[in-house]
Design a protein around this ligand. Structure first.
Ligand SMILES: Nc1ncnc2c1ncn2[C@@H]1O[C@H](COP(=O)(O)OP(=O)(O)OP(=O)(O)O)[C@@H](O)[C@H]1O
Length: 265
């Protein structure tokens, strides 16, 4: 990746507001995510993080403001069109077909987003055969990157929890993300699992995929993030490097009353 790419914004959120009746869950939030960054959104419970992710993914519409992916506004677009542009969120473990193997799951996810028309597949056209080969090749690469290759022939129902979560990320990778949205990827993990997951997210970033995540595990956040935005009561109260954020009085205030180790300080 060139330096100019690394510093250019790929996603720009400006004046984003979402009201649910009388409650403003996201309030005039603005930030830019640079190409190739790991950008994390943190904030106390109920701060508006999930709402922000849902707005970016197109699952809910903003009351005001704009979300631009490169030079296009995502506002008003359907989630599948946003995903097709390359803004992809991970699949919930509950959406994984438990009878399928790891490999079948990723290949299926690949075919779902693949350009081969159902007519082409029906007639087993040259294009469909090329797509099959491409799906196998990409699946190999994704399984290897996410360290799922040794369980590729296991049915999902036999996989431990941590593997299922990686499989959800593998399915998202099959959609060829430019930005991957990760919602609490380290939740419920023990320290060793978190270390492995942090490394996995870094490997994905090293493929040139920008990562945006929402996460509560502050130790992991401080280690992995290039940049952090903090929201509290729907408003952005700080943005900066992990070092800046850990030392920001407004952030420390927002987390006061929570456990000391919440901020990793
Ligand atoms: N569909 C909805 N209708 C009404 N209020 C909502 C809706 N979705 C979220 N809210 C409210 O918006 C606020 C922000 O919620 P949100 O889930 O975005 O917070 P969060 O930062 O993700 O919280 P947590 O860390 O606990 O998951 C909360 O007060 C929540 O109750």
């Amino acid at each position: 990746m060139s330096d100019s790419n690394a510093t250019s914004p790929i996603l720009k959120v400006s004046g984003l507001t979402k009201r649910f009746g009388g409650l403003t869950a996201v309030n005039e939030v603005s930030f830019s995510v640079n190409n190739g960054q790991i950008f994390t959104v943190i904030g106390p419970n109920g701060a508006g993080k999930s709402t922000l992710f849902k707005l970016i993914g197109g699952f809910i519409r903003p009351s005001e403001g704009d979300i631009r992916f490169e030079d296009r506004s995502l506002v008003g677009m359907q989630p599948h069109d946003i995903a097709r542009l390359g803004v992809v969120r991970t699949f919930q473990e509950t959406t994984i077909f438990r009878e399928m193997t790891t490999r079948e799951t990723v290949e299926t996810a690949f075919h779902l987003q693949c350009k081969a028309s159902s007519f082409g597949a029906f007639f087993n056209s040259r294009q469909a055969r090329a797509d099959d080969a491409e799906a196998r090749r990409c699946t190999d690469a994704i399984l290897k990157l996410l360290r799922l290759d040794h369980v590729q022939h296991e049915q999902a129902k036999n996989l431990p929890h941590g593997y299922l979560r990686s499989l959800g990320i593998a399915m998202a990778m099959a959609a060829r993300p430019r930005i991957l949205l990760l919602d609490e990827p380290f939740a419920g993990m023990n320290p060793e699992e978190t270390d492995a997951a942090v490394e996995m997210v870094r490997r994905i970033r090293d493929q040139g995929i920008t990562i945006m995540l929402v996460e509560h595990d502050m130790r992991a956040v401080m280690r992995i993030s290039d940049r952090i935005a903090v929201i509290n009561f729907g408003r952005k109260i700080a943005e900066g490097s992990p070092h800046d954020i850990q030392n920001d009085p407004a952030v420390i205030d927002a987390y006061l009353g929570q456990e000391d180790e919440e901020l990793g300080i």
